[in-house]
Design a protein around this ligand. Structure first.
Ligand SMILES: Nc1ncnc2c1ncn2[C@@H]1O[C@H](COP(=O)(O)OP(=O)(O)O)[C@@H](O)[C@H]1O
Ligand SMILES: [Mg+2]
Length: 388
């Protein structure tokens, strides 16, 4: 049964943020017959390129927010750093999923860690630093080496620094502008995994199998699905992610990142209140993508089937692959190295400026058995990164 207050195709959905996650939301929504309005200050954002309407303004622009409220049927976000107050303001007029209250927790590492700890979820040992006098006690608590992380606005390893001595910790805290931060023990990581789930306003949930995530320089490099872990561990991670979503009364797509330690412990690293890079496999390997789930949960539709049809390996394409002058013909990676393989799916985000570490696209390899899929994915990566 579909409830009577669902939002049906041809309605306009609003999304805050115009990056690649927004772009893939736009594709999913428009495929299903919705109209999409993107709010993003960038004149040429990846999502706005494909949206019906682009409101080019800051996230706090009052006139822009009022226009969204007037013209949209519901609002979502692709970006956890949208001010939570903006989401709360919009929620006075129309459904906003996920809510400002939830985004407020997940956009602030201190609040996120406190939420996890007070609800009994295991995390790396951590200490909160809000003034420089707290650095020494924090170091005592976590031990060294440790990782200093800014509480707000970090992503892809930015706003983080590994420290080996108290002096380095103090210096890093000052270098980050003495802003509120979290100091974490350096975890001996055996594997990183993530769980993507979608939860409806009525509490129903669908959960994808875990992705095994390999990072390079703090940025996701490769995602392998299903993760090569024991079924019992998958079960523990799945339950933890679902429990987190329930505790938050979450509505929308959410990702939970975990560290599996060398000692076999599963620790929650962080929560993303949106679709996640490690969930891109769902576009090519699943019945329903994480972006269609975002549309469905936003519109009050029943959730889609999360069956994974084939093993997959996703590889990120970073701006490092371009050399010098962007889009100058000789500097563009040779996409035929991906496109010539029938089992490789190329996704490019339409970004006009390549920078080191910037996510420009990804490809996903799918196939009957993981060994072959992984071999193909690594072969393509090797070819793309080799000197042309
Ligand atoms: N305490 C830690 N111990 C070991 N490695 C870490 C730790 N914290 C972060 N990392 C590494 O850095 C990556 C990025 O850190 P994360 O906290 O997920 O920030 P973000 O993804 O927002 O940049 C992690 O995926 C992991 O590889
Ligand atoms: Mg992370």
């Amino acid at each position: 049964m579909i409830a009577s207050d669902v939002i049906l195709p041809n309605a306009t959905l609003g999304i805050l943020g115009g990056g690649q996650l927004g772009r893939m939301f736009v594709v999913a929504a428009r495929t299903m017959g919705y109209q999409v309005t993107v709010l993003d200050p960038d004149p040429d954002s990846p999502a706005a390129q494909l949206a019906n309407t682009h409101i080019q303004a800051e996230y706090t622009d009052q006139a822009a927010l009022d226009k969204l409220a007037e013209t949209c049927a519901a609002i979502t976000t692709e970006f956890e750093n949208v001010p939570a107050t903006v989401l709360e303001y919009l929620a006075k007029f129309l459904p906003v999923r996920p809510s400002g209250a939830v985004v407020a927790i997940t956009q602030d590492r201190i609040r996120e860690k406190n939420f996890l700890q007070s609800n009994g979820f295991k995390t790396a040992r951590f200490a909160i630093i809000e003034k420089s006098q707290q650095v020494a006690t924090a170091v005592q608590h976590t031990g060294l080496p440790a990782v200093l992380k800014l509480s707000r606005l970090g992503y892809d390893g930015k706003g983080q620094k590994m420290v080996h001595t108290l002096r380095e910790a103090q210096q890093a805290y000052q270098d980050f502008g003495a802003q509120p931060a979290v100091l974490e023990e350096l975890v001996a990581i055996k594997m990183e995994i993530s769980i993507i789930l979608v939860r409806s306003a009525d509490g129903s949930m669908s959960t994808y199998p875990p992705s095994e995530n390999i990072h390079r320089n703090g940025i996701l490099d490769i995602g392998i699905v299903p993760a090569r872990i024991a079924p019992a561990l998958t079960e523990v991670a799945t339950q933890a992610a679902q429990h987190i979503a329930d505790k938050l009364q979450y509505c929308g797509v959410m990702a939970v990142e975990f560290f599996l330690t060398q000692a076999g412990e599963l620790l929650v690293n962080e929560i993303a209140p949106r679709p996640h890079n490690s969930g891109h496999f769902t576009l090519d390997a699943c019945t329903t993508s994480q972006f269609e789930q975002q549309v469905r949960s936003l519109c009050g539709l029943p959730l889609g089937d999360v069956t994974v049809c084939q093993p997959s390996v996703m590889v990120n394409i970073l701006g490092d692959l371009w050399e010098g002058d962007l889009w100058h013909e000789k500097n563009v990676p040779d996409w035929t190295k991906v496109l010539r393989h029938p089992h490789a799916k190329l996704h490019l985000y339409g970004k006009q400026e390549a920078r080191a570490g910037r996510k420009m696209g990804h490809y996903t390899c799918v196939g009957e058995n993981m060994k072959d899929v992984l071999t193909l994915a690594l072969k393509i990566q090797n070819e793309l990164t080799s000197i042309r």
